[in-house]
Design a protein around this ligand. Structure first.
Ligand code: HPA
Ligand code: ZN
Length: 324
């Protein structure tokens, strides 16, 4: 099964580029940029990655991003992730970035997006990997900050396919960002949102209705509302599920309790993704393997995750045919 999973072509739809910062690169950039970090070795960094919920992870994740200063740093970060895509046979990836994590530290929006984008263009030429970029608003920050960020993104419309919503879900429901998402839609961006990860099923419904999202990121708490599950199946609404993330952040006690295989078998358009692989212990192959080890599955079922991801992706119909 391992051989089948490694060889299976994959499409990733839920990956935070800042969450792909491996401790070794964090150390290299800290040294290069003379940024102090509260660890002595990459192993010490890894040892600190014990999380009990989403917030305990976010605190460490935002701190890690402090080593990213120059355009070249964002290039190096993105390039390292794309090389891992190549290893895991990921043919297409749709990448989140969090501009506010950087602009709040005085790093220009342009530096962030230009570094990431240069790596994406190079990956298409040198690795044959295609991609899209999704700009996320941090939901713990206010609406005004999101509007400001959207304004900055308008100058880079050609590089950004969609806007999304991440960070602390509890206490920051979709409604808080209804106006800014409306403006993003008017400007021609597609929309997605993290919902139903730690928050209730109602957040999934609100993201679909108020934010007009084309996909739901995580969405695993949909099972708490049977009627909602029916609407997800009927409306072919994709869920970008992140199994290793969910177990590390205690959304599920262990992989045996995870509901992604049950959702797949019920006909929900679920996909497998790595979320923040440097923090949660694995990239795409590791996520597929962890699910398959805990839930015996056929090869057809595993391949269905990729077929779902192709269908759910923001690529043209002709490109979808190429991937199939
Ligand atoms: N949830 C919310 N915000 C995030 C995540 C996540 O899984 N990863 C990075 N930011
Ligand atoms: Zn995420």
């Amino acid at each position: 099964m391992k051989e089948f999973i490694c060889g299976l072509p994959k499409v990733e739809l839920h990956l935070h580029i800042e969450g792909s910062l491996e401790p070794e690169l964090m150390f290299e950039l800290a040294k290069r940029n003379q940024v102090a970090i509260p660890y002595n070795t990459p192993q010490e960094v890894r040892d600190a990655y014990e999380f009990h919920n989403l917030q305990s992870f976010l605190d460490i994740y935002y701190q890690g991003a402090n080593v990213l200063i120059h355009e070249q740093d964002f290039f190096d970060l993105t390039w390292a992730y794309l090389l891992r895509c190549k290893e895991d046979n990921v043919l297409h990836t749709e990448i989140f970035f969090d501009p506010q994590t950087h602009t709040s530290r005085g790093i220009d929006f342009d530096i962030v997006i230009c570094g990431i984008h240069r790596a994406l263009v190079q990956a298409q030429h040198e690795l044959g990997i295609t991609s899209q970029l999704i700009m996320c608003f941090l939901r713990h920050l206010d609406e005004a900050s999101a509007f400001e960020t959207l304004e900055q993104a308008l100058l880079h419309k050609d590089k950004i396919i969609a806007v999304g919503l991440d960070s602390s879900e509890l206490g920051h429901p979709p409604k808080k960002f209804e106006n800014v998402f409306q403006k993003a839609l008017t400007e021609g961006f597609l929309t997605v949102a993290h919902a139903g990860e730690e928050g209730p099923a109602k957040n999934i419904d609100d993201a679909l209705v108020l934010l007009r999202t084309a996909r739901i990121d995580h969405g695993v708490r949909c099972v708490e509302d049977e009627a909602l599950v029916g609407r997800l199946i009927e409306g072919k609404v994709p869920l970008t599920v992140c199994p290793l993330s969910n177990t590390k952040l205690k959304v599920f006690e262990d992989m045996e309790q995870h509901n992604v295989v049950e959702l797949l078998r019920r006909g929900v358009c679920v996909t497998l993704n790595s979320d923040d692989p440097a923090y949660f212990g694995g990239y795409m192959n590791a996520n597929f393997l962890a699910v398959a080890n805990a839930h015996p599955m056929s090869k057809e079922e595993l391949a269905q995750f990729t077929l779902n991801a192709i269908e759910a992706s923001f690529i043209s119909e002709s490109e979808k045919l190429r991937l199939q």
